[in-house]
Design a protein around this ligand. Structure first.
Ligand code: PHB
Length: 394
């Protein structure tokens, strides 16, 4: 079959929130793009992800004209509960750092951006196959794919951006000799559920217990999101609703909470890892979001980091494409990596402070409680948590 050849300024592999936000920001700057994704729009919309937006992520959505729903349906969270040692301890963000976060699921951010691209006539192709990139160290890199009807396409661009997540093709399109991968695995995962029940708590509960970590989050007045630490090899079919509720209740009961129970609509085991690929550019290929870095979900940083990446990338791409600034893409990498490594530390710190290692000794658990006590009672330590959680200024 004949290959359809087209061209654009920026070819974007990956149509999740990072790829779509980048296309949206470029469109506002008068820069063209084509976005492709191997998943269908429905597949992306029905994959449950995290739900906390930093204040600058909310600002990016509202200032770029896609904030109507987050302002209407998002729920402001002015703090979290750190639960450990038999009680909850509130960390109050406004009094510590003058900021708060917004509970608004990632799938809704995706929907808002996909609607905006459709409204603005953006070129976004879902459900494509055979994706590859070529000629990445030339000034005319190519993105190839087969569309949902099986027709082959080749898009010539000035810059290629990999927003195709941790399992995408772009990070490994950088030759091995040109990249370094920093990686950390954890001996635990999260068992995530969505249930039909009223909220159990106004704010999120990050719960440390002898049986392991649990996180009580929320979605709407009648649907709630909760997680508990589990073995990475755990099988969801071994977990009846009754067994899940028993496990969750035991963990939070240790700190004086009781959960409101209801039918469980979704059960998934979520892997845990920390990952960074350096550098984030090779020739005309630039990486953003999970394609370049992954964090464990404890600090709710993944989506926020991806949005922070593409905000900076859109600025630097404009300098590069409009004003011929040859160093602009390198400055993107420098600016992005500073935040990435701070977020790597923050996510690692929250994770290791709250989760129980499978072979934890009495010392390990008591040391964690000591650390949590410091965080809850020292203004300096709780300010550090509040700064990281609500997001560092860029
Ligand atoms: C969620 O609501 O899905 C959520 C919230 C906070 C986290 C992770 C996930 O740290």
């Amino acid at each position: 079959m004949n290959v359809t050849r087209t061209s654009t300024d920026v070819a974007i592999v990956g149509g999740g929130p990072a790829g779509l936000m980048l296309a949206h920001l470029l469109h506002r700057a008068g820069i063209g793009s084509v976005v492709i994704d191997i998943r269908t729009r429905r597949e992306i919309e029905t994959t449950h992800r995290a739900g906390i937006l930093e204040q600058d992520s909310v600002r990016l959505l509202t200032e770029s004209g896609v904030g109507d729903r987050v302002l209407r349906d998002g729920r402001r969270h002015a703090g979290i509960d750190l639960a450990f040692g038999g009680a909850g301890h509130r960390i109050d963000f406004p009094s510590l750092v003058g900021a708060s976060v917004q509970l608004y699921p990632q799938t809704d951010v995706f929907t808002d951006l996909a609607d905006a691209r459709a409204r603005d006539g953006g070129d976004v192709r879902f459900g494509v196959g055979d994706v590859s990139v070529a000629d990445i160290v030339t000034d005319r890199p190519l993105m190839r794919f087969t569309d949902a009807d099986g027709r082959p396409h080749e898009v010539g661009a000035r810059v290629l951006v990999g927003c195709d997540g941790s399992r995408g093709i772009c990070r490994s399109a950088v030759p091995e000799a040109e990249r370094r991968q920093y990686f950390r695995a954890y001996p635990y995962a999260w068992f995530g559920i969505l249930c039909q029940a009223p909220p159990s708590s106004e704010e999120l509960i990050y719960n440390h217990s002898d049986r392991g970590f649990a996180l009580i989050s929320r979605r709407t007045e009648s649907v709630q999101r909760m997680y508990f630490q589990c073995d990475p090899a755990e099988n969801v079919t071994d977990w009846s609703d009754a067994r899940i509720w028993e496990e969750l209740q035991q963990r939070v009961r240790a700190n004086g909470y009781t959960l409101k129970e209801g039918p469980i609509m979704s059960k998934t085991v979520l892997p845990f890892r920390s990952f960074v690929q350096e550098t984030m550019r090779h020739g005309a290929l630039v990486l953003a979001g999970d394609a370049a870095h992954t964090v464990p979900p404890t600090g709710a940083k993944g989506l926020n980091l991806a949005l922070a990446d593409v905000r900076v990338l859109a600025e630097q791409l404009e300098l590069h494409l409009r004003h011929g600034d040859a160093d602009a893409l390198e400055r993107y990498v420098e600016r992005a990596l500073q935040r990435v490594w701070k977020a790597q530390h923050f996510s690692y710190w929250m994770t290791t402070m709250l989760h129980r290692l499978p072979d934890a000794s009495g010392f390990d658990v008591r040391r964690q409680v000591g650390e949590l006590t410091s965080v809850a009672t020292s203004r300096a330590a709780s300010t550090y948590l509040a700064e990281g959680y609500t997001g560092w200024p860029s």
